[in-house]
Design a protein around this ligand. Structure first.
Ligand SMILES: [Zn+2]
Length: 379
């Protein structure tokens, strides 16, 4: 049984009777969005405790004509003062790991190997970008990266001259030519500047990668609805947003995009320890980015909670860029409809390697972090 310590450091959970290593089931990883949703809904229907399932329909359809939903589940007391929010598929194709993590949590709760402390509740948010999950893309149907969509659209949108400088190289069909151009940029401005120019977010090129859009996307609207419906601004919040594709293979990095000297960063360190990395302090695999979903939640959590991205590494960042750029190139041109489907397999393998060892690492690390989050938010 995974119990939360009642005394001592809030960042540790203690295990009694059974080990956190027991019953890791890599079969929790789905093969596609439709199956993921079916399994998730079934687990919830079989859940022995109180839970409230809400469906948030999303415009569009999946490749098999399936309807698209973000599903949410509130587990625990409706009056809970503290809430752990676990988000899957902020970036659609990264949802395979997020679904598996949420199913693992549900299964652990169902057999009481994991206990939600009194005065606390759990809010699972499944498939926040369902279109991208269904079509094996990071973005939504409008090409919008939800994790660059968190800007104030009533103000002029950020300009990104570095992105515009490398834009033609990104859409260059000749891979070697592209890599030469990007290498030259990196020699002049540095590697971090190159990664920021490509992935930091841009608001002018709907066909390009890391595009933040012109209006709030589906996933952002769902988050706003959850914050209002559950009055989350008046509760203590721990948010764990599960991502994949950046950092060392299999490692789950705890990325905290709060300001380094903020209460949010201090809380992240208190709850998760020295494993926390800060893009704004240059200690993370991630460079600082515009319009993160984090910022929406930072605004409501005050000085009592924190938001972390739990990012599971897969393959090198240059490979990630090549695969993503090809994805955007194929989706920008109607002639490549068939190639898009084949490339979807490449995307799925990149963001969720079909390797039982990688999948075990994901589930094991997620258990650690969920225990730390529950202990921290409930302390
Ligand atoms: Zn991501």
């Amino acid at each position: 049984m995974i119990m939360l310590e009642k005394t001592g450091s809030p960042r540790y959970a203690s295990m009694t009777n059974r080990s956190i290593f027991n019953d890791i089931d890599v079969g929790n990883f789905p093969t596609d969005y439709g199956f993921a949703r079916q399994q998730w809904v079934q687990d919830l229907a079989n859940f022995p405790g109180d839970c409230l399932h809400v469906m948030h329909p999303c415009a569009g359809f999946g490749p098999q004509g399936e309807s698209l939903f973000t599903d949410t589940a509130w587990i625990g007391s409706v009056d809970a003062k503290n809430v752990l929010v676990v988000i899957a598929a902020t970036h659609g194709v990264e949802g395979f790991a997020g679904s598996a993590v949420q199913r693992d949590i549900l299964n652990l709760l169902a057999v009481e190997q994991l206990i939600i402390p009194a005065d606390s509740a759990l809010l699972l948010v499944h498939a926040l970008t369902p279109w991208g999950y269904a079509w094996s893309r990071r973005c939504d149907a409008d090409g919008v990266d939800l994790n660059r969509n968190g800007v104030d659209f009533s103000w002029p949108l950020p300009e990104t001259p570095d992105y515009m400088q490398i834009r033609s190289a990104l859409f260059e069909h000749d891979v070697q030519k592209r890599q030469r151009a990007l290498h030259e940029f990196s020699l002049i401005h540095g590697r971090a500047a190159l990664e920021k120019a490509i992935s930091g977010g841009q608001y002018s090129d709907a066909e390009g990668p890391f595009y933040g859009g012109k209006k709030p996307a589906h996933g952002r609207l769902v988050c706003q609805r959850l914050i209002a419906d559950y009055d989350l601004a008046h509760r203590r919040l721990a948010v764990v947003d599960v991502h994949t594709g950046l950092g060392p293979y299999g490692y789950g990095e705890i990325i905290c995009d709060h300001l380094p000297d903020s209460a949010g960063a201090a809380i992240a360190h208190a709850w998760y320890g020295d494993a926390v990395t800060l893009p704004l302090a240059g200690t993370s695999s991630s460079v600082p980015k515009l319009g993160l979903l984090d910022y929406l939640w930072h605004a409501v959590m005050g000085d009592t909670g924190c938001y972390i991205t739990l990012e599971f590494g897969t393959y090198p960042t240059d490979q990630l860029f090549e695969i993503l750029l090809r994805d955007h190139l194929l989706w920008a041109d109607q002639r490549y409809v068939t190639e898009r489907m084949t490339h979807g397999d490449v995307m799925r393998r990149h963001f969720c390697p079909p390797d039982p060892a990688w999948r075990e690492m994901v589930l094991l690390r997620a258990r650690q972090v969920v225990c730390q989050a529950l202990a921290g938010v409930s302390a």
